[in-house]
Ligand binder design. Structure first.
Ligand code: 3H9
Length: 702
């Protein structure tokens, strides 16, 4: 039998079985494509083999090209000699037998096979756009020939994973096996059945046409989410080529369009984000071998906006969850809000009515602590005041079963102070959700001084089980996400003192790629929330930089959307922010009272004033050992604050500017504005050694 380290050919009677074995997900790493070609040639040369199966060992078929290889200058074989070409040209039929994932180059290889079968749980897709490239292995030419241009456009520009049963309906999969069937046995039987059929069905021999209008319509429909990006548009152009050019010309066009993307800033940032999201799950200083504890019965304390969103997150992922509040009216209001949130999703078409009913049925409002004593994990989401949270923790400790974990959704308070109100401080940690909790993907897991490794692994796993990206933060005021964001929040208001308007700042940040400007976001979240945090910090620190303009708006009852006025004004029942001359007047008068010299800002200055202040603070967080990696900060900004993904994250973006440039600018603002711009020690050291932020070595985690 032929064998390479990562691909092997086995024989099952008259069927050759090519097996890819490149753990963990069978990416097309070094030797895999060559191995497939080698095995295929051997199977074709073996007269005792009538048909061939291509499958993967372990947990997947093939998850796509090895992403680590992009941008490294690796050479690809010329068109005509790639795996796809060799599979397609095989004189003996090849059946792709899919389990786990067939993504990117994995699906492209499968589409170059003559038949595809799959287990029901398998997923297929072309997610290349999510890493800033396009399917460059013929996917943009073959997929439209199978599913039509419209569906191909949707799949390729979204990158979504399509479940096998849907893929079968679309014609991508020839047969979905019954639940529990043995994939290899079924694939061999299938291959035997089709072994003699000629001509071989080749996707490349099909043609596809489309109404030319669909391409412009697609470009228009993605314009908002694809702002500042190139890959989605190149994807559309490649599918357009499939509909207008012969197959081989289309493949050449695909290669050209791919070439424009591989080394783009967008692709580099998205690749970085992909790996940063995987890195963030790793807790390098905790003992290996500690397993997260499974949980089945979560409870949420507090039915406010956050508590409701957290309960929805559990229900959305199949958990029955109990939700409790201090009074029945508060609980009723909370349930009403949950129902309304789901109803909005149904109205928008993003949730089916029956699914809404199923999710609602999983959320159980309960009257008191007695009803949750059997729950195994509880997330406290009551009012953000230590004096309110402490008695809740003490009570939870008293009533909950002794092995239950007690988590707090606090966004800034001292986890240790809460843990110390209990007799089980090792089972206490922070699980900080971001608003709206059922939508935002970040879960910041906050490590208390006494949190046990099991508690921390469980909190991290809890996030993943409910579709979040969990990231570990140290116990410091604001933890990592909000603490690194805090200087940005101050700076944006200080810019107003110096002559900017909210709408001007918001435009710069939206142009940069944020879905909404920070002032519009403030109005959405409620300006009273930030004001409470400022009051607390001002009391604790006499040098705290006050924000008189923001305080003035709150004094006037301008809390944001909920009061019809905040940084902007709002028409009744409409969430569109309108610039408000009254706000402009307040800004002017406060600035005059403060005697701040007025100036005109460039867009770059606005952007850098906001983001550099946070880069500096993130460096402080790293030097204090409150985060593991600069890339964790990036993941938090991507999933907690809507930082544009195609810019990688705060620190990756700053690396693009250059650590020395960032330092020099901050040092000059330090001269001009004083202490709040004092460069952090880590920033200075990185600048001195010209070390990128993402290679910064933080202090050991504390
Ligand atoms: C492509 O195919 C281009 C083609 O058109 C050809 C053009 C010429 N490469 O996510 P997980 C690693 S582009 C390298 O935790 P899960 C990952 O880093 C590619 N490494 O598992 C992690 O490593 P570690 C198109 C990869 O079960 C480990 O595998 N394909 C790759 O939650 C486990 O990953 C894609 O974009 C890769 N392609 O999810 C698919 N994939 O343990 C990308 C994974 O050291 N992959 N790794 O941290 C995924 O979406 C998910 O990994 C998958 C599994 C859904 C497959």
């Amino acid at each position: 039998m032929s064998e390479t380290p990562v691909v092997r050919l086995e024989k099952d009677g008259d069927i050759g079985v090519i097996i890819v074995n490149y753990p963990p997900v069978n990416a097309l790493g070094p030797g895999v494509s060559d191995g497939i070609i080698d095995c295929l040639n051997k199977a074709n040369a073996d007269p005792s083999i009538k048909a061939i199966v291509l499958m993967g060992d372990g947990r997947s078929f093939i998850a796509g090209a090895d992403i680590r290889g992009f941008g490294t200058g690796r050479k690809r074989p010329p068109i005509g000699e790639r795996t796809y070409d060799v599979l397609d040209a095989s004189p003996k039929p090849v059946v792709a037998a899919i389990h786990g994932y067939a993504l990117g180059g994995g699906l492209e290889n499968a589409l170059a096979c003559h038949y595809r079968i799959a287990v029901p749980a398998a997923k297929v897709g072309l997610p290349e756009v999510l890493i800033g490239i396009l399917p460059g292995g013929g996917g943009t030419q073959r997929l439209p020939r199978v599913v039509g241009a419209q569906v191909a456009l949707e799949m390729i520009t979204s990158g979504r994973h399509v479940p096998a049963p849907e893929a079968a309906k679309l014609g991508i999969i020839n047969q979905v096996l019954p639940e529990g069937a043995n994939l290899r046995d079924a694939a061999v039987a299938y291959a035997r059945k089709i072994a003699d059929i000629r001509p071989l069905p080749r996707v490349r021999d099909k043609t596809v046409t489309a109404d030319p209008g669909i391409f412009d319509a697609m470009r228009k429909s993605i314009a908002r989410r694809a702002r500042n990006q190139k890959a989605p548009y190149n994807c559309i152009a490649a599918v357009e080529a499939a509909c207008t050019l012969p197959f081989d010309d289309g493949i050449r066009r695909e290669a050209e369009l791919f070439g424009e993307l591989e080394n783009s800033d967008e692709a580099k940032a998205l690749r970085y984000a992909f790996f940063a999201e995987r890195e963030v799950a790793k807790l390098p200083d905790l003992p290996v071998g500690v397993a997260p504890r499974d949980f089945t019965a979560p409870a949420v304390i507090g039915a406010g906006t956050m508590g409701g969103g957290i309960a929805m997150s559990f229900a959305d992922f199949g958990y029955d969850v109990k939700i409790m509040d201090a009074t029945q009216p508060a609980l009723d209001r909370g349930m009403e809000r949950i129902r309304n949130n789901y109803a909005t999703s149904v109205k928008r078409g993003s949730l089916a009515e029956d699914e809404m009913q199923r999710r609602l049925a999983r959320i159980h409002p309960v009257a008191g602590y007695d009803d949750i004593r059997d729950c195994d994990v509880v997330v406290e989401a009551v009012f953000e005041e230590m004096d309110v949270k402490k008695p809740v923790f003490a009570k939870l400790d008293e009533v909950m079963r002794p092995d239950a974990f007690l988590f707090t959704n606090s966004s800034a308070l001292d986890i240790d102070a809460l843990a110390d109100t209990t007799k089980r401080p090792e089972k206490v940690a922070g699980t900080h959700f971001f608003s709206p909790a059922n939508v935002m993907k970040l879960l910041e897991v906050v490590r208390g001084a006494k949190s046990s490794p099991e508690t921390l692994f469980t909190a991290m796993a809890l996030g993943r089980r409910i579709g979040k990206i969990s990231a570990m933060a140290g116990n410091t005021d604001g933890f990592v996400a909000n603490r690194s964001r805090a200087p940005f929040n101050s700076e944006m208001v200080i810019l107003l003192e110096e002559g900017c308007l909210p709408e001007q700042v918001d435009k710069v940040m939206v142009d940069f790629g944020y879905p909404m400007g920070p002032f519009a976001v403030g109005d959405l979240a409620g300006l009273d929330i930030g004001a409470a945090g400022r009051r607390r910090r001002a009391l604790a620190n006499p040098n705290y930089r006050k924000l008189p303009i923001a305080d003035k708006l709150v004094e006037m009852g301008r809390y944001g959307q909920k009061t019809g006025a905040g940084w902007y004004r709002y028409e009744k029942g409409d969430r569109t922010p309108h610039p408000d001359p009254e706000v402009a007047a307040i800004i002017k008068s406060v600035a005059a009272e403060m005697g701040v010299p007025q100036k005109v800002f460039t867009d770059t200055e606005i952007l850098q004033r906001l983001l550099f202040s946070s880069v500096n603070e993130a460096c402080r967080i790293l030097e204090e050992g409150k985060a593991y990696r600069a890339s964790d900060v990036d993941v938090m900004w991507l999933h907690g604050f809507g930082f544009p993904r195609y810019r990688g994250g705060l620190m990756f973006w700053a690396d693009g500017i250059g650590v020395r440039n960032v330092y020099n600018q901050i040092a000059s603002w330090h001269q001009q504005y004083g202490e709040r711009w004092a460069p952090s020690r880590l920033l200075r050291e990185l600048a001195e050694t010209n070390t990128p932020f993402r290679e910064a070595k933080p202090a050991p985690f504390v």
